[in-house]
Design a protein around this ligand. Structure first.
Ligand code: RB5
Length: 147
């Protein structure tokens, strides 16, 4: 089960992504926002990231205008590695090397077709471990040292 969330700028985009996930038979929980009324992306970045950090969801998709603000908010939560991404190469490598657990997309940056390909690539790619685990562990140490 995935968690998904967005601000108002990406509300319609999120609805499109939800339709796509439905078609693919991928279950998700929508953390909002639920309309185009102006709101603040940190609310959704934090709520979704906390749910992932608690282990309730293995992975999540966050969407705002650029993918930047909502990923910055999510990355403040311990254990979260969110990537703001607009290409498939970064999506795949962020899983293989960085073990990202949140994919952030910019509704004003990528078209819906590319977004679907990015999501497919990101969901399919697996963390490669090995030397990459050591580096991800180093990121975790930074979190521990700098509370
Ligand atoms: C909202 O206008 C916009 O700032 C937000 O969606 C996002 O792009 C922030 O990073």
């Amino acid at each position: 089960m995935l968690a998904i969330g967005s601000d108002h700028a990406a509300f319609r985009f999120k609805e499109e992504i939800k339709k796509y996930l439905d078609e693919k038979g991928i279950a998700y929980k929508d953390f909002g926002t639920y309309s185009e009324e102006s709101t603040d992306y940190p609310i959704y970045g934090e709520a979704v990231a906390k749910a992932v950090a608690r282990g309730e969801y293995e992975k999540a998709i966050l969407i705002c205008g650029t993918g930047v603000g909502i990923s910055l908010a999510a990355n403040k939560i311990k254990g979260i590695r969110a990537v703001a991404c607009s290409d498939c190469y970064t999506a795949v490598l962020s899983r293989e090397h960085n073990d990202t657990n949140i994919l952030a997309l910019g509704a004003r940056v990528v078209g819906i077709g590319l977004a679907k390909m990015i999501i497919d690539s990101w969901l399919k790619a697996e963390f490669q471990g090995g030397r990459h685990r050591r580096r991800v562990d180093m990121i975790k140490e930074i979190e521990e040292k700098n509370l």
